[in-house]
Design a protein around this ligand. Structure first.
Ligand SMILES: Nc1nc2c(ncn2[C@@H]2O[C@H](COP(=O)(O)OP(=O)(O)O)[C@@H](O)[C@H]2O)c(=O)[nH]1
Ligand SMILES: [Mg+2]
Length: 227
């Protein structure tokens, strides 16, 4: 009974997500779902990409359990951002995106970045209308995260590794991280990014432009159990 209910929730979510994706695509909007732990550097990444993707237009949906801190920070940089406060839910879902899109004016042809709730478990289970997912991991979280949270990494089209400037201080084992990533997401490229200086943002922006140009692939790989 519980399994059936869960399946029904996923099916309804997936149906709405497909509908949202088709609508956005029909307006030339390319949508990126950004996953990562709290503090991994998701908001920094988005603000750096806003610079690197200029002069393209860019809109952002910020997901948080509480507060509009990130939305205010992005707006202060002149970035068009809207907040979803889930009030406790650990992930965004398609109905939430549908509701906030009704209040937004995402320009035709824009990039739409959606910062998901900070964790590597629940956000991996829900499609929300994206063309692709990016997973952000910081060296400060340790090198074992692809092994422990395989779904978040497996479903991402690319992985962004932040805070490389802290690698030595935290004893980050890059080879171990890379082989974990390769084992769950063999096709996902890895982009180092410094969210403070912006180093690495240009390479990621160039890859995103390429992905956008060739996008016709499904939004994600097979569903894996996270945890
Ligand atoms: N040292 C260092 N700090 C970073 C880097 N990227 C982000 N930060 C800092 O990490 C903290 C969390 O970043 P934020 O983008 O808010 O993470 P989010 O919670 O995933 O959105 C902030 O204080 C950022 O300035 C980085 O590459 N190096
Ligand atoms: Mg954030």
């Amino acid at each position: 009974m519980r399994v059936e209910l869960k399946r029904a929730v996923y099916e309804e979510n997936d149906r709405l997500a497909r509908e949202i994706n088709e609508e956005l695509r029909s307006r030339g909007i390319f949508t990126v779902n950004v996953l990562g732990s709290p503090g991994a550097g998701k908001t920094s990444l988005i603000s750096r990409l806003a610079e690197a993707l200029a002069p393209d237009r860019l809109s952002v949906i910020e997901g948080d359990v509480a507060s509009d801190i990130d939305t205010r920070a992005l707006r202060a940089l002149g970035i068009d951002a809207y907040q979803i406060e889930t009030g406790g839910d650990c992930h965004l879902n398609a109905p939430m995106i549908r509701a906030v899109l009704g209040k937004m004016r995402v320009p035709d042809g824009a990039w739409l970045f959606i910062e998901n709730i900070g964790n590597l478990i629940c956000p991996a289970e829900f499609v929300i209308g994206e063309d692709l997912k990016l997973v952000v991991a910081s060296v400060a979280e340790g090198s074992d995260k692809p092994y422990k949270y395989p779904a978040a990494f497996a479903k991402a089209a690319a992985c962004v590794l932040t805070k490389g400037d802290l690698a030595e201080a935290v004893g980050f084992d890059e080879a171990f991280f890379k082989s974990g990533l390769a084992s769950v997401a063999p096709n996902a490229p890895l982009f180092p990014l410094n969210g403070r200086s912006g180093d690495g943002a240009a390479a990621l922006a160039a890859w995103l432009r390429l992905a956008r140009g060739t996008c016709g692939a499904p939004a994600e790989g097979p569903r894996l159990e996270g945890g």
